[in-house]
Write a protein that binds this ligand. Structure first.
Ligand SMILES: [Zn+2]
Length: 138
């Protein structure tokens, strides 16, 4: 489609103009008159790569809240690692470093699960010791 603001040619699925960065009206609901869908300009739906150009990056889960909860309720030494990575994902996202943010969020997720897992394990051992202690006391 053509940008209504600057007239630049954009991908059919683009949400943003490649030239001026202005938001493009959504095609599909109302095809432009005279513009044949899937005409000589190429593909009717989607780009050859399957990923529409200029698509906004999806909002990532930086695991900040679960990492904090895991730290409070499980074991804090490991939870702090999760929080550090979650905060890193947050700041990288703020700097526009999407790849780095995703990587940090992945680490935050891993450490959150390690923290939860360790907390659960400690809880199970604690309960087992309580049961053993109670059994020994009888
Ligand atoms: Zn434009």
């Amino acid at each position: 489609m053509y940008c209504p603001k600057c007239g630049a040619m954009n991908d059919e699925n683009a949400w943003k103009c490649v030239e001026c960065g202005d938001e493009l009206p959504h095609a599909g609901e109302a095809p432009p008159p005279g513009g044949p869908v899937g005409g000589p300009m190429g593909e009717p739906m989607g780009s050859p790569m399957g990923v529409p150009m200029g698509e906004p990056p999806p909002k990532i889960n930086n695991y900040l809240v679960p990492s904090i909860l895991a730290t409070i309720f499980c074991c804090w030494p490991m939870g702090i690692a999760a929080i550090v990575f979650a905060a890193q994902a947050n700041s990288k996202m703020g700097q526009g470093d999407y790849e780095g943010a995703v990587q940090s969020a992945e680490k935050a997720k891993t450490w959150t699960w390690i923290t939860v897992g360790a907390g659960a394990l400690i809880g199970v051992i604690y309960i087992a010791l309580m049961i053993l202690g109670a059994a020994a006391g009888n």
